[in-house]
Design a binder for this molecule. Sequence first.
Ligand code: SF4
Ligand code: SF4
Ligand code: FES
Length: 274
Amino acid sequence: MSAHTNHTHSTGTTGDKSYTPAPDEQRAQKFVEIRIKRRDRPDAPQRWEEFRVPYRPNLNIISCLMDIQKNPVTKDGTRTTPVVWDMNCLEQVCGICTMIINGKVRQSCSALVDQLEQPITLEPMTKFPNVRDLAVDRSRMFEHLKQVKAWIEIDGTHDLGPGPKMTQDEVAERYAYSRCMTCGCCLEACPQYDEDQYIGPQAIAQVRYQNMHPSGRMTRDERLEGIMGDDGITNCGNAQNCIKACPMGIPLTRAIYEENRETIVHGLFGWLKK
Ligand code: SF4
Ligand code: SF4
Ligand code: FES
């Protein structure tokens, strides 16, 4: 393809006779080797493509992907389509850039090239529908948050006075759950989470988060019922992969333990309240 010659200049491929790097550049020229699992459409087969990105200190995976987007030429010089992925905050807060990097699910904005073995492999998460390349559709997670009513009902916007008191321990535990960024790492790592048969640890932790709040307790039973169906909390096999995979250190197994207890009590005695 004609694009080959045009683009090997910017990638600095030494095999291209038309390009002679300056002596300094020659000495310093290093590349990052990246293999990306790609898919053109949701129903298209996946394939691997290999890229080389000029190395710079402190590169993260998103910077590499941006370089590839500017110059979508594979390692062997073939022009290809720009790689698609999602990003937003670039500081490990929004969770949208999550993908599998060298076999481990994590955020690509905080994954530094200097800390990764090469060739670096990038794959989309496997527990969500793969829309294109590294982009997945995580709407199932948000549906689960609706299923468990992961919010606190307020009655109007008038001043209700000072809020109810909580102990420092409760505040600390709730703070931990509040840091969930709906990234999906815990679901990717969970052996039980697949094809919607298990609601998963992320939604269960949000039940704990809202049910601990004195106002949230008013709709506690509805939340418990949200995790008691066929896809509910009893599907957890206690493999504990979720807590190891969570980049925010959320105490997921504690939430599962507490909510398991709450649902059992609710299942046994909940009818008394009706
Ligand atoms: S403890 Fe295991 S089965 Fe339960 S949610 Fe975590 S990873 Fe999944
Ligand atoms: S619990 Fe942790 S791993 Fe799971 S979605 Fe929230 S932040 Fe991500
Ligand atoms: S872009 Fe928001 S977490 Fe990476």
